[in-house]
Design a protein around this ligand. Structure first.
Ligand code: HAM
Length: 422
C-alpha cells in the first residue's frame, strides 16, 4: 500500500508553489516599505509558552496542540501560532532593551489538531506581522493600511474589515460579569459548548457559529458600551486614523477572537467567498501584557496573521500562473549531438537563458512534441552538420520564423526577442 500524507496536511506541488512564492514575495516587498524585518523562530516551542499566552482554557491549548514529551521530560509542542514565539524571542534576546519600536514579520507553518475541512488544516501557513514597543493607535492604522496594500497588490477583492475593542483589565471584568448574568438566564437556548463556555470563558460565546445560538448572541450587551475611558478613546482614535486613510471597516462588537492575550483593538478580515464558517483570512489585534505573561517587563504589542491557504483559495482562480516556459529547447539527433547540446545549455544558462534538454532518449519527433508541450519559445535541432559548421538554426515556435546563428550569438538573440515580445 502506498503511504499517504498525514490527515490535515498538504503537499504543495510545483504548480501551486508559484502562487505561494508570489504571495511571499509581495509580502516581503510591501512590508519592507514600512520598515519591517523578518524573524524566524523555531517550530518547536515549550507548551507552557502557549498555555500562558493564548490561555490554558482556550480551544487551541485545550484541544488542538500537538504536544509531546522529549527524552528529558520537557513538554514540547509544534507551534500553533506565531505571536507568542515572536514575543518570547524578543524578550529572550533583549530586543526590548533599546527603547525602539521593533517591526517584525514571519512566514511559516503552524500546527493545530482541528477537524480538517475546507480552509481548515492541521498544518497551515501564516504570514504574520508583530510590532513591539508602542501602543499608538496610528501605528495600528498603519499596520492595517499595510495589510490592505499587500492584499490590493495581490489583487484580492471583496474582503471586509471587522473591527472591535475587547477592553482591558480595568473594564473587561465588569462586562464579563454582565455577560455571564445574561447567559445564565438563557442557558437552555444555548448549544452545549456555549453552556460550558458561559462558565469558563463567557466572551467566547460571542464567537459561536451555531445557528441556534445566534438569536441569543444578537441580544447580548455590547462590550463597546462597557469600555473604560482609555479604551474608548483609543478605539475612537484608531477609527479616525482609518477614516483618514479612507479604509472602510465594520465595527463588530461580537468579534472577540479565540486567543486570551488580546486587549483593546481586535480585527479580522473576512471573505464571503470562503463559506460561512472558516471565512477569516486575517486575524489580529493588540496584546499589551503578553510580555509580562511570559516573564518580561510590561510591553506593548500589536499584529496580525494571515492564513496563506485561505488567501490562495481567493486568488487561485483570478491569477494566471502557468509553469515557466523554456526559452530554448535543444533537440539532438545522436549521442554526439547530446554532448554538444549539454555544453551549449550550460553556456546559455550561465547567461540567464532557460535551456531545456530531454533526457529520456526520445526520437527527434518526440523531442519536438515535448518542446511544444512545454511551450518552449525557441527550438534548436543539433546534429553533425551544426557541430561541424558552428551554425545553429533557431526556430521561433510562435510563428515558425527561423534564423541561423553562431553559437555565441544565441543567448543574446533569445533574450532580445524575449524582451521585445514580453
Ligand atoms: P488566528 O485567528 O488564530 O490568529 O489565525 C490567523 C489566521 O490563520 C486565520 O484568520 C486563518 O486565516 C489562519 N488559520 C488559523 N487556523 C487555521 C487552520 N487550522 N487552517 C487554516 N488556516 C488557519 C493568530 O494566529 C494570531 N497569532 C494572530 C495575531 C498576530 N494576533 C496578533 N498578532
Amino acid at each position: 500500500m502506498k503511504i499517504q500524507s498525514v490527515r490535515g496536511t498538504h503537499d504543495l506541488l510545483p504548480e501551486s508553489v508559484a502562487l505561494w512564492q508570489k504571495i511571499e514575495a509581495e509580502a516581503r516587498g510591501v512590508f519592507q516599505l514600512y520598515g519591517y524585518e523578518e524573524v524566524r523562530t523555531p517550530i518547536l516551542e515549550r507548551s507552557e509558552l502557549f498555555a500562558r499566552s493564548i490561555g490554558a482554557e482556550s480551544d487551541i491549548v485545550q484541544k488542538e496542540m500537538y504536544t509531546f514529551s522529549d527524552s528529558k521530560g520537557n513538554t514540547i509542542c509544534l507551534r500553533p501560532e506565531g505571536t507568542a514565539p515572536v514575543v518570547r524571542a524578543y524578550l529572550e534576546h533583549g530586543l526590548d532593551h533599546d527603547g525602539l519600536i521593533h517591526k517584525l514579520y514571519y512566514i511559516g507553518p503552524m500546527f493545530r489538531h482541528e477537524r480538517p475541512q475546507k480552509g481548515r488544516y492541521r498544518q497551515f501557513h501564516q504570514v504574520g506581522v508583530e510590532v513591539l514597543g508602542s501602543d499608538h493607535p496610528a501605528l495600528e492604522a498603519e499596520v492595517i493600511e499595510m495589510l490592505e496594500r499587500f492584499l490590493h497588490k495581490l489583487g484580492v477583492k471583496g474582503l471586509r474589515l471587522l473591527l472591535n475593542s475587547v477592553g482591558c483589565a480595568h473594564c473587561r471584568p465588569a462586562y464579563v460579569k454582565v455577560l455571564q448574568k445574561e447567559l445564565n438566564k438563557r442557558q437552555d437556548e444555548l448549544c452545549p459548548e456555549c453552556q460550558r463556555r458561559s462558565k469558563t470563558n463567557p466572551l467566547r460565546v460571542l464567537d459561536c457559529k451555531v445557528p441556534a445560538c445566534q438569536p441569543v448572541i444578537d441580544e447580548l450587551p455590547s462590550i463597546l458600551d462597557y469600555l473604560c475611558d482609555n479604551c474608548r478613546q483609543h478605539f475612537e482614535k484608531l477609527r479616525s486614523y482609518l477614516d483618514l486613510q479612507e479604509i472602510s471597516y465594520e465595527v463588530t462588537p461580537r468579534l472577540v477572537r479565540g486567543l486570551d492575550y488580546y486587549v483593546g483593538t481586535t480585527f479580522e478580515m473576512v471573505s464571503s467567498d470562503l463559506g460561512p464558517t472558516q471565512n477569516a483570512v486575517v486575524g489580529g489585534g493588540r496584546y499589551d501584557g503578553l510580555s509580562e505573561l511570559l516573564g518580561g517587563p510590561p510591553g506593548k504589542g500589536f499584529g496580525f496573521a494571515l492564513g496563506i491557504e485561505r488567501l490562495v483559495v481567493l486568488l487561485e482562480e483570478s491569477l494566471d500562473l502557468r509553469r515557466p516556459r523554456p526559452d530554448i529547447f535543444l533537440a539532438y539527433l545522436d549521442e554526439g549531438a547530446l554532448k554538444e547540446s549539454f555544453g551549449l545549455a550550460q553556456e546559455l544558462r550561465h547567461q540567464g537563458v532557460f535551456a531545456y534538454i530531454d533526457f529520456q532518449g526520445r526520437s527527434l519527433k518526440a523531442q519536438m512534441r515535448l518542446a511544444n508541450r512545454l511551450e518552449s519559445r525557441f527550438t534548436c535541432i543539433i546534429g553533425e552538420d551544426e557541430i561541424q559548421s558552428g551554425q545553429f538554426p533557431l526556430k521561433r515556435m510562435e510563428d515558425g520564423h527561423q534564423v541561423t546563428l553562431d553559437r555565441e550569438a544565441i543567448a543574446s538573440y533569445v533574450k532580445e526577442d524575449g524582451a521585445a515580445t514580453s
